[in-house]
Design a protein around this ligand. Structure first.
Ligand SMILES: [Zn+2]
Ligand SMILES: [Zn+2]
Length: 78
């Protein structure tokens, strides 16, 4: 099995995995494929941070004007 580094993003709840090291099965395979279980060697917590996908999606939405940051303040008469 290969070694992975896991990062958990608190803001969106996603996990991303980054390959750290191939096992000898994957190294000997021409396509570097591994059929073993993943072994998470390190775990990181990114608190209040979104993963790359969510950050990119949010940025795309913002430029398309789908998400509006304007806040409508309704004043009530007393
Ligand atoms: Zn492996
Ligand atoms: Zn995410």
């Amino acid at each position: 099995m290969c070694y992975y580094e896991k990062t958990h993003f608190d803001a969106c709840g996603h996990d991303t995995f980054r390959l750290m090291q191939h096992c000898h099965f994957a190294r000997n395979d021409p396509g570097h494929q591994c059929f073993g279980a993943w072994n998470v060697k390190r775990e990181h917590l990114q608190s209040r941070v979104e993963c790359k996908d969510c950050t990119a999606r949010r940025a795309a939405l913002k430029t398309n004007g789908v998400i509006s940051n304007s806040v409508h303040v309704i004043q009530t008469a007393r």
